[in-house]
Ligand binder design. Structure first.
Ligand code: NAD
Ligand code: UFG
Length: 352
């Protein structure tokens, strides 16, 4: 990467939602890059076991505080007792479908939680933040590959929370040149750490394609429903820009480095620039696992777009970052995680 740590006082990074899927992978990369992550999470969609595994991978203790972002007092106490240099903000609820049925829960947790975080940061003069945004903000984009300047048009409450938080961060930066915000718009994060020790552990039936496929391959689910076979794509199924979660995690290290240059507010797509169809992902996981993945083509899922993939060139030019893992790596690592941890982080099932 272009940017390197320069002095030790700058090492402490508050990681909200750091026990979650993308957060835990990013904590590994932070430690390996010489940062000191301080993780907070309310464990509403994760388990501290992920951080114990991070310690196994890195050989470093991870500082963890069970704090809900809605608890301003607890957050204030943390800022009072710890020196925090920058914040990487993952904490949020992320199910598109649940956000449609429970919009107030999403607006409250994601937006109020972020507002409380920003107010506490401002009070303690911590004015550098990396934010987990989503390709969902583009809605049905006018063209692919998607560039950062395309208009926003999220079509569900989850995506709107990302749009609104981006606007809040932009306004905050515009009001005060000391604020710096990097908005990272993730495409479709998949896969797991190559060790197979950490990965995605959905609490319920997975909404997302890859965990659904790996759970089908291992026999936890009977059959994958492929949502739509009549899109204008080569095989008729939806196309997405799947990105290995470790590449995505490394994008945050590049973003932290960029924050040291005081860039104001800037947004970046994190994707590979290449799309794969649902059936191509099914085939790749069949190969990686050696297991059959029964599927049936059903109706389109409401709200889905046919094709979405990134133009990731801005991240390469400005952050010096690009994705390196390929589709087979993503599928092999997703399978390694799934097969070594058939019940996710539920270690009562198998003790390693
Ligand atoms: P995740 O659910 O595994 O991680 C989010 C973490 O935030 C969880 O550990 C959860 O317990 C925590 N959390 C939620 N609300 C909180 C609160 N009020 N206080 C403290 N902790 C709270 O999800 P992830 O896939 O790791 O996603 C991380 C971020 O990236 C989210 O903001 C998500 O919206 C965004 N994102 C994810 C994807 C994806 O497909 N996984 C795509 C685009 C953007
Ligand atoms: N799909 C199926 N069957 C399933 C699940 C998904 O066919 O059981 C298809 C979808 O129709 C889509 C593709 O697989 O074509 C990917 O679907 P995901 O649900 O895995 O991902 P999405 O692209 O819908 O959305 C994901 C995250 C969002 C995030 C977005 C960013 O869920 O939070 O990527 O692009 F905003």
């Amino acid at each position: 990467y272009k940017y390197k740590m320069t002095n030790d006082n700058n090492k402490n990074i508050l990681v909200t939602g750091g026990a979650g899927y993308i957060g835990s992978h990013t904590v590994v990369e932070m430690i390996q890059a010489g940062y000191t992550p301080i993780v907070i999470d309310n464990l509403s969609n994760s388990s501290v076991e992920s951080l114990r595994r991070v310690q196994l991978i890195t050989g470093h203790e991870v500082e963890f505080h069970e704090i809900d972002l809605m608890d301003e007092q607890a957050l204030t106490n943390l800022f009072q007792t710890r020196t925090i240099n920058m914040v990487v903000h993952f904490a949020g609820l992320k199910s598109v479908s649940e956000s449609v049925s429970k919009p107030l829960k999403y607006y409250d947790n994601n937006i109020t939680g972020t507002l409380i975080l920003l107010k506490v940061m401002e009070r303690f003069n911590v004015k550098n933040i990396v934010f987990s945004s989503s390709a969902n903000v583009y809605g049905a984009a006018q063209k692919v590959p998607i560039t950062e300047d395309l208009p926003h048009g999220a079509t569900n409450p989850y995506g709107k929370t990302k749009m609104f938080i981006e606007a809040i961060l932009q306004d905050t930066c515009a009001s005060d040149p000391e604020w710096n915000c990097i908005l990272l718009r993730y495409f479709n994060p998949v896969g797991a750490h190559p060790s197979g020790l950490i990965g995605e552990d959905p609490r319920d039936i997975p909404n997302n394609l890859v965990p659904y496929i790996t759970q089908t391959a291992i026999g936890r689910r009977k059959v994958l429903s492929v949502f739509g076979g009549d899109y204008e794509t080569e095989d008729g199924t939806g196309v997405r820009d799947y990105i290995h979660v470790v590449d995505l995690a490394k994008g945050h290290i590049a973003a932290l480095g960029h924050l040291y240059t005081k860039p104001g507010c800037d947004a970046f797509n994190l994707g590979t620039g290449r799309g794969y169809s649902v059936l191509e992902m099914v085939e790749a996981i069949r190969r990686a696992s050696g297991r059959e993945v029964p599927y049936q083509i059903v109706d389109r899922r409401p709200g889905d777009v046919g094709v979405s993939y990134a133009d990731p060139s801005k991240a390469l030019e400005v952050l010096g970052w690009k994705a390196n893992y390929n589709q087979l790596d993503m599928c092999e690592h997703a399978w390694k995680w799934q097969s070594q941890n058939p019940n996710g982080y539920d270690i009562t099932a198998v003790e390693r």
